[in-house]
Every structure is written in C-alpha cells, then in structure tokens.
Design a protein around this ligand. Structure first.
Ligand SMILES: [Zn+2]
Length: 227
C-alpha cells in the first residue's frame, strides 16, 4: 500500500507523462490512488490543476463516501465533481488506482458510439494488456455512457455494473464527448490499461480515416478489424 506522500509523487509523474502524451490537457483529467483499505482512504488530484505541473499541494484525501479526511485549507485544493466515480470504483471494482483522461481519440469515439452504448474492441494483440484476455480474438466491449452533470446517478450505475461484472467487462469505460476512466489493482496496472485502451482507440480512429470513413450502422464500425 502506498503512503499518501508516495501516492502524490507517483501521480505527479503520471500527470507529467499523460500531459505530454496529450491525454490530460488544459487542467482536464483526475487521478487517484488508494492509500488505505480499512478504512478506505484515497489520494485524488484536486480540481483545476495543470496535470503536467502538479505539486504535492494539489491533492485531496477522501474516505469511502467521498468526504474529506485531510485538512481543508482556504483557497486550497478541492475535489472535482467526478470524485464520486473514483470512490465508487475503489470500493466496488477492486481499484487500487483510477486514471481518468480526456484524449482526442477517447472524445471522438465516445461521441460516435454513445447511442450503441459500447465500443467493440476485437482482433488486436494489444487487448492482452487487459485482465483476463489471452487471445487477440477476444471481444471486449468498452462501455460508453452519455456525459452528464449527474455524477451521483452515473456513479450508482457504475457501482452496480462493476459489482456484478459480466464476463469480458473491461476495467474501463468512456463518457461521451468527455473521456476515459480506467483502473487497476495498483497504479502500474491502471496506467497499463489506460495505455492499452488509448492505443486501441487511436488505432481504430486512424484505421477509419485510412479506409475513408466509418459506418455507424455496422457492428464492426464498418472496419475490417480482423485483418
Ligand atoms: Zn473528466
């Protein structure tokens, strides 16, 4: 288990990397690491900070209900409205770390397939970076939710879905026009899941461009994802 200090340092490094890679621009995104299980404690990035330039002062510490357990400083960091999603994933989905990004490809794909409710990922070796996937032929349907200001309502749906996951449900979902949430048992695993999903989103996007477009009526996105 990470100390709160180690968690902050690790998330500062994640912020520098994800900002450089274009996944966390313009103060978007938020990241958390569980630093205690009994009782649940997590360190979360405060709202509105440049993720490429995080300092140890830019974090908050929350309990299992999203309440503050660190000292609130006037003018100091505050949790974003999305903090509730981190808390729910930490207590229900076995997440030891949750990483939320706002990438270009995550934004594009989430909007394109929100009516269907998922984005199908199939036929790629990179899928093996996800837990339980042993063959590139696996079918992974990445859930996509409509963007909403009702984070409490979305958190309840997320909690119910990952409390009783269907086979093949990945540790990740998209919010339409918004971005990706991915998590893992620890920060290294969460980072791997973000990297794998962001890679696959970019591959599908570039492939659609290469093949002259995308057919939303085709269950395979109108792409031949098997060759
Ligand atoms: Zn967000």
């Amino acid at each position: 288990m990470n100390s709160p200090e180690a968690a902050r340092a690790a998330l500062m490094a994640i912020g520098r990397e994800f900002h450089q890679r274009g996944w966390s621009l313009a103060t978007s995104s938020n990241y958390s690491v569980v630093v205690g299980r009994d009782p649940l404690r997590l360190v979360l990035t405060g709202s509105g900070f440049d993720k490429g330039r995080l300092t140890p002062a830019d974090f908050v510490e929350l309990d299992r209900d999203g309440g503050r357990v660190d000292a609130e400083v006037p003018g100091g960091p505050r949790p974003s409205a999305e903090a509730r999603l981190h808390v729910v994933l930490a207590r229900t989905a076995g997440a030891g770390a949750v990483l939320h990004t706002h990438s270009v490809w995550g934004t594009v794909w989430s909007e394109a397939v929100v009516a269907r409710g998922h984005l199908r990922l199939q036929g790629y070796e990179m899928l093996k970076a996800l837990p339980g996937v042993t063959t590139h032929e696996a079918v992974v349907d990445l859930p996509v939710y409509a963007n909403t200001q009702d984070i409490a309502g979305l958190a309840a749906r997320i909690e119910a879905r990952w409390a009783a996951p269907t086979p093949g449900l990945p540790p990740a979902f998209l919010m339409a026009g918004h971005g990706l949430y991915a998590w893992g048992r620890d920060l290294a695993e969460a980072r791997r899941h973000v990297e794998a999903v962001e890679f696959l989103l970019e591959v599908l996007g570039r492939k659609a461009a290469l093949h002259g477009g995308w057919n939303p009526g085709d269950p395979d996105h109108g792409l031949d994802t098997h060759s």
